[in-house]
Design a protein around this ligand. Structure first.
Ligand SMILES: *Cc1c(COP(=O)(O)O)cnc(C)c1O
Length: 399
């Protein structure tokens, strides 16, 4: 059996972990189990109604969720993992479980928007939890922000949408010296490029909606870490808050994740090609991609990311909002839509109407940004598409 204790390599884990033979039919793939209740034991008084191990009600746990949990734990090299309905449900579940009134959290200044809102608005107002946002690419800034009541340091690396990187090993050391835990949102990197638990993190979060599912059809989220921490999250946030994943979504993500290592290779290859092409184009104001030497944390990217620099980049055009919108409208293969990590390339233009724009680096503030999720198409077709749309943003050359 391929599980988290196995010494198999990541491509083998991606195929086999969590799969097995269905005892009733002999099917060699785990079936989709669409049932919200499971048969009770002969003497239900023996049952702990809050348990999440013994199947009896699909909010506490369902069969496809359990298969996917064991796969994600294996991919991250974790003792355990919990799977929830969305990435945000997983992030909320982790914060809600680990933090109490009076506690303090130090968080990357650039993270997924819902994390920013949860930590700067909702948890402070509702529960009296306080947050300090810091430029976590600077470990000293993290150290300076720590207080006696700091319970958790949360970072996103690479960060959405700026692709800023944080040194996981350095920040884990700072958090642990202060008696705090470190959680890492590793959605952009996936377990193929980075395994934060090996670098000292206590918890690793994924939006499974993105690369791990990879096909743009299902939503899910996960947290991986020690059995003790993951059990607490499961008990508080599945049993009593209810962010359970549907069996069908868990089944789709399980299926999509089989090809994760192959897909990541193509995402990385395409993104690097495109980043280099864009950086050399006169209509492009700036490009941020961890694989470019111009990226502020390029040397950290070389150390911390293995096998590629990810599929996400950000760039801006020498032009106003109208020019950016016209460029996006002129694209033929690349689709204008949110989300990321799909098989198809996606782009989204974010102008000045982003409430966190003041936290972004200078070129993002000046030009706005196009967040680009490089798909797994042929890179030449993607570059041709970008090229023809960029040509239209420039005034015709007169000779
Ligand atoms: C999309 C995303 C999330 C949220 O995930 P959902 O599945 O959409 O809830 C969290 N973190 C990062 C980095 C993301 O890109």
């Amino acid at each position: 059996m391929v599980d988290s204790a196995s010494t198999h390599r990541i491509a083998t884990i991606s195929v086999h972990a969590g799969n097995g033979i269905d005892r009733e039919t002999g099917a060699i793939r785990r079936p989709l189990v669409m049932a919200n209740s499971y048969a009770l034991p002969a003497d239900p008084s023996e049952l702990n109604w809050s348990n999440t191990d013994q199947l009896f009600y699909a909010r506490n746990s369902n069969a496809n969720q359990l298969y996917l949990q064991s796969k994600l734990a294996a991919l991250e090299g974790a003792a355990d993992a919990v799977v929830m309905a969305t990435g945000v449900a997983a992030l909320h579940g982790m914060f809600f479980t680990l933090l109490n009134t009076g506690d303090h959290i130090v968080c990357s200044d650039v993270t997924y928007l819902a994390v920013y809102r949860l930590l700067t608005e909702l948890l402070p107002t509702k529960y009296g939890i306080s947050t300090t946002l810091v430029d976590s690419s600077d470990p000293d800034a993290v150290r300076d922000a720590i207080r006696p009541e700091t319970k958790l340091v949360h970072i996103e690396t690479p960060a959405n949408p700026t692709t800023q990187l944080t040194d996981i090993e350095a920040v884990a050391d700072i958090a642990h010296r202060a008696g705090a835990l470190l959680s890492v949102d590793s959605t952009f990197a996936t377990p193929i490029l980075q395994r934060p638990l090996n670098l000292g993190a206590d918890l690793v979060v994924h939006s499974l909606t993105k690369y791990i599912n990879g096909h743009g059809d299902a939503m899910g989220g996960s947290v991986a870490g020690s059995t003790e921490l993951i059990d607490r999250i499961r008990n508080e946030c599945l049993v009593n808050v209810g962010g359970a994943i549907s069996p069908f979504n868990a089944w789709l993500i399980m299926r999509g994740s089989v090809t994760l290592p192959m897909r990541m290779r193509q995402h990385c290859k395409n993104a690097l090609h495109i980043a280099r092409f864009l950086e050399g184009h006169p209509a492009v104001a700036y490009v941020r991609y961890p694989g470019l030497p111009t990226h502020p944390q390029h040397s950290l990217a070389n150390r911390q990311l293995n096998g590629g620099f990810g599929g996400m980049l950000a760039f801006g055009l020498c032009g106003d909002a109208d020019a950016h919108n016209r460029f996006v409208a002129d694209l033929r293969i690349i689709t204008s839509a949110v989300s990321l990590g799909h098989d198809e390339s996606l782009i989204v233009y974010v102008a000045g109407n982003d409430e966190r724009a003041h936290l972004y680096p200078e070129p993002f503030r000046k030009w706005g940004h196009l967040r680009f999720s490089a798909g797994i198409e042929d890179p030449h077709d993607l570059i041709d598409d970008l090229s023809q749309a960029l040509a239209k943003t420039q005034p015709p050359t007169t000779q």
